[in-house]
Design a protein around this ligand. Sequence first.
Ligand code: SF4
Length: 679
Amino acid sequence: MALVKWVPTTCVYCGCGCGLLLEAAGGKITKALPQPAHPVSDARLCIKGWNIHQFIHNEKRLKKPLIKKNGSFVEADWNEAVSLIAEKIGSTIKAYGADSTGFLSSAKCTNEENYLFQKFVRSVIGTNNVDHCARLCHASTVAGLAGSFGSGAMTNSIPDLEQSKCLFIIGSNTTEQHPLVATRLYRALKNGCKIIVADPRNIPISRFASLHLKHKPGSDIALINSMIHVILSGGLMDKEFIDARTEGFDELKASVADYTPEEAQKITGLKKEDIVNAAILYSKNKPSAIIYSMGITQHITGTDNVRALANLAMVTGNIGKPGTGVNPLRGHQNVQGSCDMGALPNLLPGYQAVTDSSLRGKFESVWQCKIPAQNGITLTEMMGEAGEGKIKSMFIMGENPVVTDPDSTHVAHALKSLDFLAVQDIFMTETAEFADVVLPAACFAEKEGTFTNTDRRVQRVRKAVNPPGEAKADWEAINLLASAFKAKGFDFKTAEEIFDEMRSLTPQYAGITYERLERESLQWPCTSETHKGTPVLHLTQFTRGKGKIFDIKFKEAAERADDDFPFILTTGRLYFLFHSNTMTGRSPSLNAEVNRAFLEINPADAEKLGIKNSEYVEVESRRGSVKVKAKVTEGIREGVVFMPFHFAKEAANVLTGRHLDPIAKIPEFKVSAVRIKKS
Ligand code: SF4
């Protein structure tokens, strides 16, 4: 009988960062269970966690490097594959310069892999053109909260949300997308907490809300500014906090005077009484916490949306205490960590600006290289420039932009336009199909490292079984690639060695060691080996000193409903599935729950169009069209329709556009004008 071992590790799906115990026997993962007494998941998992072992040994896992020859992939050895990548990217650099290359890291990879990837791009390739999927989900959080508070991260801890007396949940379907955060919200509810939900759809937690604001997609700033208007007019602000801890209040006060509930009613489609009640509930039931996710961030005003929420927290003094805060729920399990590790075109690890010569110098002396002084371009800009023939070569680690990026027809065009594309992944994804070279990667259960979850908690990832065939951990592949470029400083033998180099350069992580993580749960900043970590940020002062109150004005979305395209499409995720479904789509249990896309439409809209439940409809935007089954439901407001984006066939992102927030460069996934007809 095979020896059974239990390996504690961290879930690879959402940003909750639940603790798993993987059962391994005979070189296979046979079961996943929750870790008892885990600080986030508290002996629970969601359905994705319970079934996480089901994709790991799927027969379609990539096992050998592949090189495309005459249009078909043929197996190769690692030396041949990485040499070809070095040769092709090397010739692009020689012919067009390093900035003609683009590199996508991944929030599915570990901190160590993200650190090493951006080090490779900056020190070996010589460009800052490195980015990852945070650009598509929370780039506006990083930009918005860094501007307001000096730190672009969740201010509070998941467990302390239980202490809130009011939860303002806006643009987050927490029960489905962050189930183990939602557990804390339901516990707060049981303790008498009031819940305000702002979302154009019915979501599971809206049934328990004191108030459900079904506002129009893209009208968040009008709603938030109007709540601030009501708070200021009613004397419900925290004047002491505003005076002592913030700057910029007077400009905001003057500006929100225009956002009366009557005016906001016209923009949001809400009743003015509901806006007043939301303001009163939020400001009078302290401590109040704001929870948000991509319903706030994925707009051309994403950064302003985040800053408006920060304003709301600051004017009521709901920040810097347990049970309060501005709490972005990050999508992937390691999107916080990938940002922390500097997989961003403007920031080195620890949010240290690449344009600052003294900060750059610190990295240059350890890495023994010159780092380019100017910011690189973002993921969304890379796809644009690839489509125009300016980016010539790309390397994509663990991402699937063909399914997840806006305007997928354009993404396919951009990838086809490249001279050379290499992809590193665990399966042959829709993106890998376009590649010239594909490298087989180990999954989370086959390697060592760390993930950082949405509440800044750094947690160990542990190897339970060997990867299939010749697949390698992404960090090992980067080491090999660097050696093909004859680079020095990439001879790491373990993930821990990479972590130790990273923490020597990243003040927030300086005090975190693998040894401490064996016995402690640590949230950054943790600046020395005696520092206990930081569950709540901004206790006595903001990271930037005073909190910055921005004067934010409402702007219309890039697309509006009109006679040609009379509906607004909003997209999102489902409880059972994750991202582009490469992993969850290979889990029989999860697939049995849902395996097709659908279009949610209000019964009044369906009746006008003569559409019945489960009939096929054609949804068309200015980018393309998709045929999908209608799901007629009262759960969505009239004039708005919803599609999940997980599916490569019936792909919602064929419909979405490339309109970007001017600061964060995040696309406006949440507002696309569409028309619908019976198929
Ligand atoms: S998907 Fe999220 S909530 Fe579910 S087990 Fe994994 S980390 Fe926890």
